[in-house]
Design a protein around this ligand. Structure first.
Ligand SMILES: Cc1ncc(COP(=O)(O)O)c(C=O)c1O
Length: 394
């Protein structure tokens, strides 16, 4: 029996909110490091690059010249305009700055989107494997995440056919991420258009997470805003712009929803970080973009090293990751328990990666996620340690 006297009554919904397994692995890794062991960190979804210098300089200037008051819940106008200009320059898509909502990371954007779109019991279609917070946000708001198992046949993405087959009368939102975490695969523009059309025809909404845009290798991703002004699109300064800790993102919403999103943002967190917003004004400058594009090339080199190396160790790659900084690797040829593999690789080989369990319920024991967030030399070290650990010879 649980000791109910030990603490306050907890909401039932908390039972559905799982911790990040990746954090547990990281905690174990840090404990090993405290004992003097060297660990190659391939677990966390955050590259080793510092925020670009022009952004940091802009923040310093803002601190000296601006009072750090609250801003509008929708963000400062120049940043909303800069984001709109970014869509024009990079994608050739016109977006009214009035539809751009600056948020406290894309995490807040997700909360706002689900908050304005879901009634209790409403369902959201999500790919499994997928980013775990999505289903937890839905749970937290009283909605029901409907996880659709996806595999290499659809490049681990929710297709229009899969969405249609999983549709119920309570489906209100269809969500995809392109590129996806954990698989790095893209949704083709034609499929985005078909998903938008399906949602539209049934009075539902397509929500597209574009947080890994800019980090694609070989081709540029196209934005789902092309598919219509009724699509919700989420993005962030965290990944391509390498500003994870600044906690700044944005969302483009249909014009008729801006006021609703604004009301909710005002109440949930008043406004996004003022300092981060002023810093982000420098994120689109040519100097910053030049730095980011060099880093994108570096990430591509890491991916290109890792893919054949992992295959040589016995991992399978169901679909080539075209973006983000993750490889979602099948480990069925090596183990039937990815969780045990992750722990053993950490303690015996000093290599930290994430077991599939973090990303859903669809064969998590047969998959791991490797984040290529370290330089190639460290990836080489990780591969050679894993080779010895797995007994694969040299
Ligand atoms: C797919 C995806 N969406 C959203 C987020 C949230 O990022 P942030 O709140 O830093 O913008 C992450 C973070 O890892 C992610 O991987």
């Amino acid at each position: 029996m649980e000791d109910r006297a030990a603490g306050p009554h907890l909401a039932t919904r908390m039972a559905a909110i799982a911790p990040f397994e990746v954090m547990e692995i990281q905690t174990l890794a840090r404990a090993l490091e405290a004992q003097g062991r060297d660990v190659v960190h391939l677990e966390i979804g955050e590259p080793d690059f510092a925020t670009p210098a022009p952004v940091v300089e802009a923040a310093k200037r803002a601190l000296d010249s601006q009072p750090m008051f609250y801003t509008s819940a929708l963000g400062i106008p120049p940043l909303r305009e800069a984001i709109s200009a970014f869509y024009r320059d990079r994608y050739g898509v016109e977006v009214d700055p009035a539809r751009v909502v600056v948020t406290a990371g894309s995490s807040a954007a997700l909360l706002l989107a689900f908050g304005v779109l879901l009634d209790p019991g409403d369902e959201v279609l999500l790919a499994d494997p997928g980013y775990p917070c999505n289903r937890h946000f839905v749970h937290a708001l009283g909605g029901v995440p409907r996880l659709v198992p996806v595999d290499a046949a659809s490049r681990y993405q929710l297709t229009p056919a899969l969405a249609e087959a999983s549709w119920t009368p309570r489906t209100r939102v269809v969500m995809v991420a392109s590129p996806s975490n954990p698989t790095g695969t893209l949704v083709e523009p034609g499929e985005i258009a078909a998903l938008a059309g399906l949602a539209r025809s049934r009075g539902a909404t397509l929500l597209v997470d574009e947080i890994y845009h800019g980090l694609t290798y070989g081709r540029d991703a196209r934005t789902a805003l092309e598919a219509g002004s009724d699509v919700f699109v989420i993005n962030s300064f965290s990944k391509y712009f390498q500003m994870t800790g600044w906690r700044l993102g944005w969302m483009v919403v249909p014009g008729g929803c801006v006021r609703e999103v604004e009301k909710l943002a005002q109440n949930l967190y008043i406004s996004p970080s003022t300092l981060a917003q002023h810093a982000a004004l420098a994120a689109f400058s040519p100097e910053t973009i030049a730095i980011l594009e060099a880093r994108r090339r570096e990430l591509q080199a890491r991916r290109d090293f890792l893919l054949p190396a992992l295959a040589s160790l016995g991992f399978s790659i169901g679909a080539v990751p075209e973006g983000a900084f993750y490889v979602y690797a099948g480990c069925a040829g090596l183990t039937s328990d990815s969780f045990a593999l992750a722990r053993a690789a950490l303690s015996q080989a000093g290599v930290a990666f994430t077991p599939g369990k973090d990303f859903g319920f669809n064969a998590p024991e047969r998959h791991i996620r490797i984040a290529y967030t370290q330089p190639v030399a460290r990836l080489e070290e990780a591969v050679s340690r894993l080779r010895a650990f797995l007994g694969k010879g040299s």
